[in-house]
Design a protein around this ligand. Structure first.
Ligand SMILES: [Zn+2]
Length: 727
């Protein structure tokens, strides 16, 4: 399945490491579709030959979270008025070499590693078979032990996916003609287990009536990250495409296709995917809800797609829908053209490859290794795959996250963190109210609507009030691939089952251990999982200055998303509705243009050949940059108010810094990063977040509170005469 057109705006990229993770997280917003009824087939049964050993935790040094104020990362020889990133983070790289199993290291990654160990401790215990285990403990324990049992995985071969491989092979049994009903049903089965086959289908809140849950269908089916990977003409791009084709051929060969044929198939898959890429919207357009909203009666859509759409609906376990958001209507004519002209052999090879890559993490190790080689080593520059214990710990959290999240919260979430967070959230919401009152470029009518929206924002902190029910999900020992497919199918069915039902406002789109946060424009809510409410983001040993700089800026960031270039299009009720006057919108756009120009000037990756350099895309990252800039401003306003109420002496020094200095250092240290150039390149080309280091100076130059805090002269690099300001 693919990402929903309903865009969740998070504080940082949701990517992790290998393709398995990319696929899972790309589906994050509406999680995977799948293949339910088929799974209990004999091929998916546990491998009898494999021993059912409970996994033992791998020996490793304990990971420690970073402190709220990390003096060891600072470079005190640098001038904060010249380069705040260097001042706050200049020694970070020296102290934090990038581990071989990571694309980069930053405070988020350090905390992710701490969480991985905590999850591992929970799961290792739950993996020991015992009648005393609760049903959820049985599920998370057996899921984890099956995932770590690579002996059983190797012994099982392709058994788990053989019925699907057989169905793909059977597509050619009609004298070479495509049976459209058969193909539609097969695509539905594959999407149901998370295979990105040709397009995406899922559930979303209706952009124009947020009380309704509807079906959407949109472009998809690409093996590389997004359309421009198929179209750019730089040397690196051409080389990467050749490497992708070689990777596809290798995967097909591993599954039994003779090498010569696999080479031809891979080249044909590239031709097919390139045609789909050309018909796809780019990453900037995909952020625009007006461009991805085309609600139509299902009859209208089926006049385009053909009658076999109902076979697809049945296979993916969707209700028969009466209307659908045809998010990317320009995609269908080309998809149809390809299905009619690419030839059955190419379509079969395409489906075979996408099935193999989706399930690779639980197939015998040559598949897993090859998959990592392209998506981890080549695409991200990461030399080594993560150790299995770490991958499996996080996969359980990703695939059946609320079952493990419940235990995680009990053991690792400090009870009063929620109340302390809520105080900060209220402070920052109140600061935003004051900010809206005093801005001079917005009319009273639009201000009233903005404040109505602000008052309606719902705050969700830590974990869900009601946990998800997994009782109908079957998890068995020693069947890693079967478990993965059943979990994906379960999640697909849960999502699609929402179509036509009332919206559940208590639902979370991130699991509790996640080190991230998000704003959802249709829900109009801000969400902070327990995972991020730890040091350095929320350090209970530090004062308010440090915590408002860290997590306060994150809260401000998510809140500002409701009023960025995309979020501003949704009203208090989560509906896409133009509540701006023409004049106010003109003023807003002039301000966002300023920010887009600023960030477009940053070169993210410098190569020997300047033609291969990569610049930040100011339009793609506009929403995130708006949120970063507004978020820090609001956090500072809220902090000043809190300090005033508490009679805090702002000039008093701690660790040698005044309170405002500590605030800005803490904020900057959210984004200290040591990154591989390949990983930065991959992020800049397709992710709406700017690379970490630009999230410091790019924001600091626009903060009126910064120059006074550090005594910078007007005109210094971090205190320019002309700056950008939206909120
Ligand atoms: Zn964000």
């Amino acid at each position: 399945m693919s990402e929903s057109p309903a865009i969740l705006a998070s504080i940082r990229p949701t990517h992790t490491l290998s393709l398995a993770a990319i696929v899972a997280l790309a589906c994050f917003v509406l999680i995977p579709s799948s293949l339910a009824q088929q799974t209990p087939a004999p091929s998916a049964a546990p491998a009898k030959s494999a021993p059912a050993a409970a996994p033992t935790p791998a020996p490793r040094p304990p990971e420690k979270p970073l402190p709220g104020l990390d003096l060891s990362s600072m470079d005190l020889t640098a001038d904060p008025c010249t380069d705040m990133y260097r001042y706050a983070c200049g020694n970070f790289n020296a102290n934090h070499p990038i581990p071989a199993d990571q694309p980069d290291v930053d405070p988020f990654y350090v905390l992710y590693n701490v969480n991985s160990q905590e999850l591992n401790a929970i799961l290792t215990k739950a993996a020991v078979p015992s009648p005393a285990r609760t049903p959820d403990e049985q599920k998370i324990g057996d899921y984890f032990s099956a995932c770590t049992n690579t002996t059983a995985i190797d012994a099982a071969g392709l058994k788990s996916i053989q019925p699907l491989l057989d169905e793909i092979a059977a597509l050619g049994n009609n004298n070479g003609l495509i049976n459209h009903a058969q193909l539609a049903s097969l695509i539905g089965q594959l999407q149901r287990i998370g295979v990105d086959a040709f397009f995406g289908y899922g559930e979303q809140q209706d952009f124009k009536d947020a009380t309704k849950q509807i079906a959407f269908i949109q472009q998809g089916g690409l093996g590389m990250p997004e359309k421009d990977y198929y179209l750019r003409t730089g040397d690196k791009d051409i080389k990467l495409r050749a490497q992708y084709v070689a990777h596809v051929a290798k995967m097909l060969t591993l599954a039994g296709t003779p090498p010569d044929q696999a080479d031809k198939d891979a080249a044909n898959i590239m031709t097919l995917e390139t045609a789909l890429a050309k018909a796809s919207l780019g990453v900037v357009d995909m952020r625009d809800p007006e461009k991805t909203y085309h609600l139509q009666p299902i009859e209208t859509f089926m006049a385009l797609s053909g009658p076999s759409f109902t076979d697809f609906e049945d296979a993916i376990h969707s209700p028969r829908v009466t209307e659908i958001n045809n998010a990317t209507p320009g995609f269908w004519p080309e998809l149809k053209n390809q299905l009619n002209t690419a030839g059955i052999a190419t379509i079969q090879a395409y489906l075979r490859y996408h099935l193999l890559t989706t399930e690779a993490r639980n197939l015998p190790h040559p598949f897993d290794d090859e998959n990592f080689d392209f998506y981890g080593r080549i695409l991200r520059g990461q030399p080594q795959q993560q150790p299995r214990w770490k991958r499996c710990s996080n996969l359980v959290s990703n695939d059946i996250g609320e079952a493990v999240g419940k235990v995680y919260v009990d053991q690792f979430f400090a009870g009063d963190s929620k109340a302390k967070m809520l105080t900060m959230v209220h402070d920052i919401e109140s600061a935003m109210g004051g900010d809206i009152d005093q801005i001079d470029w917005m009319s009273p009518a639009t201000k009233a609507r903005a404040k109505e929206k602000l008052a309606a924002v719902a705050n969700k902190i830590g974990y869900p009030d009601k946990w998800r029910d997994y009782s109908k999900l079957t998890i068995v020992p020693n069947d890693a691939a079967g478990n993965q497919m059943r979990a994906d199918a379960f999640e697909n069915d849960r999502q699609l089952n929402k179509i036509g039902k009332p919206v559940d406002h208590a639902e979370w789109q991130m699991t509790p251990p996640t080190v991230n946060a998000y704003y959802d424009p249709s829900m109009n809510d801000i969400n902070f999982p327990a995972g991020i409410l730890q040091s350095p983001f929320f350090d209970r040993t530090q004062d308010d200055a440090v915590n408002y700089g860290h997590i306060g800026a994150v809260i401000g960031h998510e809140l500002t998303h409701g009023f960025d270039d995309e979020g501003r299009k949704f009203d208090a009720h989560g509906n896409l509705d133009d509540w701006w006057t023409t004049e106010d919108l003109k003023n807003f756009t002039a301000r966002t243009d300023c920010l887009a120009d600023e960030y477009s000037s940053f070169t993210a990756v410098e190569e020997k050949n300047p033609a291969d350099n990569v610049k930040v895309n100011g339009r793609l990252t506009l929403g995130e940059n708006t949120a970063d800039n507004g978020g820090l401003l609001l956090a500072f306003m809220a902090y000043l108010q809190r300090a005033k109420d508490g009679h805090i002496d702002l000039a008093a020094k701690r660790d040698g810094f005044t309170a405002p200095q500590r605030f800005y250092i803490a904020f900057s240290q959210n984004w200290c990063q040591n990154a591989r150039p390949e990983s930065v390149r991959e992020q800049v080309l397709q992710d709406p977040h700017s690379p970490d280091r630009f999230r410091v100076n790019g924001v600091i130059v626009n903060q009126p509170g910064f120059a006074p805090a550090f005594g910078c002269k007007q005109g210094a690099p971090m205190a320019p005469v002309k700056s950008c300001r939206i909120w």
